[in-house]
Ligand binder design. Structure first.
Ligand code: BTN
Length: 260
């Protein structure tokens, strides 16, 4: 069920139509910003580039069916809806590349160097600072649209895991959440042109440049067993290429979990 406080929700409509952030809907409370977008998609009332921001989520969703939990008003909770004119299914990794790079650009803007843990966890000093949940709609002609959900830890201080961090923990001082969200919207918008222009090679090169563990021996869990392998790249379909004791293998997100 969609759970909103409508009283202080507001929408801002910008001049630049067709851009990411052309419309921003800011919510106090929602079950999940990705669900909110999905509902608007069902109703047919959402335009490309619409951004949903929330102070708090009651049912934030993470990858692999996990829960994304954050304290109210302390972090960026953002979803956006993007449509594609012509994006073949085999190029869907470009979406992951674009989003992960955009988050790294935001962090770089604060003087922070980040890495991308495949497919799109964002790490700073080996701790996760942001997570991404991308939900694609596919038709026979390719990817029709995507709901991009991003959780970026800004002023969060308490984490269940010691493998998580926030901008505040890294910088030692609070940062305005809306300022970070605005920067994220800016980089998502400017980077989207690489997808529109089919500049997939640049996106992949920039992504690999930041890929955690590239050309290194790392540990991962497969079928409840810990194994070792060397990450050597990503395939055209966005699978992770790893040299293991079986030779070169391609991993899907459901098959393996890498150990930080
Ligand atoms: C992950 O690393 O597991 C992905 C986390 C994605 C969380 C974001 S927060 C905004 C959007 N709404 C959701 O319910 N999930 C994503």
């Amino acid at each position: 069920m969609l759970f909103l406080n409508l009283l202080s929700n507001f929408a801002i409509r910008n001049e630049n139509m067709n851009q990411i952030g052309q419309t921003i809907i800011a919510l106090d409370l929602v079950d999940s910003t990705n669900n909110y977008v999905a509902n608007l998609v069902k109703e047919g009332t959402i335009a490309h580039g619409t951004v949903i921001l929330a102070d708090e989520q009651t049912n934030g969703r993470g990858q692999r069916g996990t829960i994304w939990q954050t304290s109210a008003k302390k972090n960026v909770i953002l979803s956006t809806f993007v449509t594609f004119q012509q994006l073949p299914i085999e190029k869907q990794s470009a979406i992951h590349h674009w989003v992960a790079i955009s988050i790294c650009q935001v962090l770089s803007n604060y003087g922070i160097s980040a890495n991308i843990k495949w497919p799109n966890d964002i790490l700073v000093e080996n701790k996760k600072i942001a997570g991404v949940l991308i939900e694609n709609a596919i038709s026979s002609s390719g990817i029709k649209h995507a709901i991009i959900g991003i959780g970026l830890n800004v002023n969060e201080e308490e984490f269940e895991s010691d493998k998580a961090t926030s901008l505040k923990q890294i910088l030692g001082s609070e940062v305005e959440v809306r300022e970070v969200a605005n920067k994220l919207i800016h980089y998502l918008n400017s980077g989207f042109s690489s997808i529109v222009n089919c500049d997939f090679l640049t996106l992949k090169t920039d992504y690999l440049d930041k890929l955690w563990g590239l050309n290194q021996t790392v540990e991962f869990v497969r079928n409840d067993e810990v194994e070792e392998g060397i990450i050597v790249g990503t395939s055209e379909f966005g699978l992770l290429e790893v040299i293991t004791s079986n030779g070169k293998e391609e991993f899907d997100i459901k098959e393996v979990k890498f150990i930080l």
